[in-house]
Write a protein that binds this ligand. Sequence first.
Ligand code: LIP
Length: 273
Amino acid sequence: MTMVNPGTTSPETSLDKRFALAKTLAQEASAMALDYFNRRDTLVIETKRDMQDVVSIADRNVEKVIRDRVAAMLPEDGFLGEEFGHTEGDSGYTWVVDPIDGTAPFVNGIPSWCVSIAVVHGGEPVIGVISAPCQNELYAAALGNGAKLNGRVLTLDPSRTMQNALTGIGSNSHVSPETVADIVKRLLAAGGNMIRNGSGALMLAYVAAGRLVGYYEPYIHAWDCLAGCCLVKEAGGWYHPFPVDGDKLTKGAPVVAGGPGVRADLERLAGLA
Ligand code: LIP
């Protein structure tokens, strides 16, 4: 039986079905995460890779809710989450989820965190949904459907450049302090200015919303960046291809993404040009 999208005559596609579920799950999961945020003094903070790489039961329980709902609705889909790893599927669609991106700001009471949900198909993120409950903002994009912030269409301005706007820079202990310092030095020397808020996903959402002109992080995981990359592309921007095939999906890689006016400068900053 063909389902018809309410208000349209076209049949619901596999993408439509997953996009609707991703938006619903992002909103439900971020409400749950916000409840944990508002009682963060009850959380036990643990560390992973180093003292700066923090996690709590909030991350784990939020991911479990998303993972269980996807498994119930779409058992044939694959799932990769930051906290519980990769489960293969056979539908060709893989959900890539960070239940709380910006965990360090989260546990320190800083509102720059979000729930990030991507769906990968055909070697690229075809759905990107980011929910930032502290700002009551839902960013949503699906391949060929454009990008929206709380239902408002996002379109990037080609006149914004590295020199007249802010560039987001991310860093973690996978990259040496000298490398990060050199990136910042070269960005400032090129007439740019940097900002870092601890959430790569949220900064990529800000690129899609035109608040930042671009984002570069030399080593980031798929669950931190793929939803944001989809949003940026669907808002009229670009991103350097992020490896998602096979076991590359679980490995880190650089993320370079931005609007049309920053491409040459940002690729040069990232050593791509
Ligand atoms: C974070 C990323 C951010 C990176 C941080 C951290 P988490 O993810 O979103 O871009 O700079 O080191 O990895 O750990 O908060 O989910």
